[in-house]
Design a protein around this ligand. Sequence first.
Ligand code: PXP
Length: 372
Amino acid sequence: MTTSFCRALEPQAGEVSLLLVEDREISRYNRRFLNRTGPTNVLAFSMQEGPYGEVNPHLWGDIVVSTETAAREAREAGLPLVDRVAALIAHGWLHLQGYDHERSPEEERLMELRTGEIVERMGKEQRRDSYMTKARLAVNVDHVATLRQARRGCEPDPVLAAGMAELAGAEGIIVHLREDRRHIQDRDLRLLKETVQTKLNLEMGAAEEIIRIALKVKPDFVTLVPEKRQELTTEGGLEIVKQQKNLAQVISRFHRARIAVSLFIDADPAQIQASRDVGADIVELHTGHYANARSEKEAVKLFERIREGAEQAAGLGLKVSAGHGLNYVNTKRFAGVAEIEEYSIGHSIMARAIYVGLDQAVREMIGLIEQL
Ligand code: PXP
């Protein structure tokens, strides 16, 4: 919390000390230095003012917060304690910067506004911290099955490929059981459920037959995608806004079976909000349009949309992943997009595996994701 708070304040060279105390102690400071009785929520003592102000220009002063009063205020306002403490620290900090709400109603309003800004920045920084170092690679093994199905034989086996990907460090395995069974077969899914050691993510259209299979097999989570028979691969994101009622019902069936649900969507603000509204746990942001951009300008624009989408989704409390068309070059642009916890990648890894082997192809992609 302290680190994210420090980053949330506009970076200023200097030192500030923070004391978290109980009511009894803050009452003592209140009486001794301000001649007031009883506890208060926060006190700020500037080291820039008074006779010693010149001694160390980098010493801003002390902020004292009563966690007891903060807890009471948080309960009354129905807020998490950490949010109330953050607001009080921001308030104290602004006092050290020379703001004083007692001077005028305008200054009071300005101080409230600035406090809100700092608290919002702090929330973002905290989310960034909690996602740090957590980006994972989940490998989609559909294309191994595509190769097998070309001869309708038994090799290469996607189940074996999944095991190898896990040995190389993948933290999730993804398969798409399509209604037309063009690559992954029911047998693959059943075996993967038995063998996957990390997390098994079943991609699927919301067709009743597949829903029933998923509820029976119980993967760790399902990703609902739009599915058209004629498409070469999943083309667009799932339309959530127009089918909220149906999707909410499907999601609650999975939740009753303790299966988390991800929705594969375009990074569109309305689709992201609707995903939250229908009860999704995760959104997978569609990176295919970005990957297929025909110019750098278009790529920048489409990437920016995904970055903003990731921020919006995380702000709504959704977990965020991304995938489709990502490869060893275009994934690098995601450096610094801390909200994305997982990258779902298949084709580029399998294509490289033909030349360098699956183990190396997976390790190289993990190395790249670790740099993001
Ligand atoms: N995410 C989703 C929802 C997909 O449908 C696919 C393709 O199966 C992927 C990720 C992986 O895409 P790619 O094979 O292009 O890496």
